[in-house]
Write a new protein. Structure first.
Length: 381
């Protein structure tokens, strides 16, 4: 069974990381290939090292062209997949048109967001989602990674033939508590063991709520708590003028380390005492399950399925509410190290029960096997 995955790009992001973790693990049962609409992002090398062939269409962001459609169709005709899995709106739309042109037997969309405001991303993204809404009954199935995503897209007008809920998964061996790494990270940060380290893993983007995080950090710092804040993610660095301006405006006096984009996120998380998801919109936030698997208790904004993911192992606050976020941090600080550790252990146990990568890969394989089998049976009939 051959499956081609079409994704907007292979830069570091939640959907992109999910693809890179899932696709190699489908081998050898599934012959997987990946097409990136944009250029050669850093995750393309990771896929190549894992033995997954990658083709880049080298499109310019926000500039759909007929030549890109032709190149995608040509690749699909060359590869002759049994199924085309597309990831996110732009790939969903391009994949639908090129997949039909290439006569791919089954096309499956993959939605990774919920009620996302596309205004900051320009009119092309809004138009793309609108076109996806109008054509949503054509794909064989639409995969969503969250209940919130399914509900939001139904409200938008999506009329999928079949909705398939497959949450994100995490490798519990990659993301796990490690005492040795924790000590090294704390030393790198210059933090005493008694200092509470509060972290956020997210690229610098309006949807990720860095403004909320920094405002809450400033409030907590004013109370005199011994805290140190950590940001991990592309663009959340002092050499980014937009981020630097936000930091100077909202939280000039906080103790903050900006790691930027890193390949050792699982290692860095071991030095964090409290994890945060401050997004204003999410589907199924990967970073929440990654922190939970690392044994870190989480404070999450009530967006997407975040509240359902943490359950009783974390705290939930309204989105874009820095006062409430700061209060939740204070509550976890007041618990003390032992009780925070117990909460983190409960969070990891919840991940092992519900959100391991092995379980999620199995669900994708079952879906592909069923849909391809149905297509072959139809052709034989």
């Amino acid at each position: 069974m051959r499956v081609v995955h079409l994704i907007t790009g292979l830069q570091i992001g939640g959907a992109e990381r999910a693809l890179c973790r899932i696709v190699p693990r489908l081998a050898p049962r599934v012959d997987s290939h990946v097409i990136s609409m944009l250029g050669h992002g850093p995750l393309a090398d990771e896929l190549t090292r894992a033995g997954v062939p990658v083709v880049c269409l080298d499109m310019r962001p926000g500039r759909p062209t007929a030549s890109a459609l032709w190149r995608c169709t040509r690749e699909l005709r060359r590869l002759r997949p049994d199924l085309l899995q597309t990831w996110m709106y732009h790939a969903d739309l391009l994949g639908l048109v090129s997949g039909i042109a290439a006569r791919v037997p089954r096309i499956v969309w993959n939605i990774r967001a919920s009620d996302m405001d596309l205004t900051p991303y320009g009119h092309v993204s809004s138009l793309t989602r609108r076109l996806c809404t109008w054509t949503s009954a054509i794909p064989a199935a639409v995969v969503v990674n969250s209940r919130a995503g399914r509900q939001a897209h139904r409200k938008l007008g999506y009329r999928a033939r079949e909705w398939v809920l497959i949450p994100n998964g995490v490798d519990p061996e990659e993301f796990r508590p490690r005492a040795t790494d924790r000590a090294a990270i704390r030393k790198e940060l210059g933090c005493a063991e008694t200092t509470v380290v509060i972290g956020l893993v997210a690229r610098f983007d309006p949807v990720k709520g860095h403004d909320t995080f920094l405002r809450a950090a400033a409030q907590l710092t004013e109370t005199g708590d011994d805290v140190h804040f950590v940001l991990i993610g592309e663009g959340a660095t002092r050499d980014n003028p937009s981020f630097a301006a936000l930091l100077a405006r909202e939280a000039p006096g906080v103790r903050l380390t900006c790691f930027g984009s890193r390949n050792d996120v699982s290692r860095l998380l071991t030095g964090v005492d409290i994890a945060t998801c401050s997004s204003v919109s999410e589907g199924f936030p990967n970073v929440v399950v990654e922190n939970m698997a690392s044994g870190v208790p989480c404070v999450v904004a009530d967006v997407g399925d975040a509240a359902a993911i943490v359950g009783s192992t974390g705290l939930v606050v309204p989105a874009a509410a820095p006062d409430r976020l700061a209060d939740a941090w204070r509550r976890l600080i007041a618990l003390g190290p032992a009780d925070r550790q117990a909460l983190g252990q409960a969070a990891r146990a919840r991940v092992l029960e519900q959100f391991t990568l092995e379980k999620i890969v199995g669900q994708y394989e079952m879906l592909y096997t069923r849909l391809v089998g149905e297509a072959r049976k139809k052709d034989d009939g």
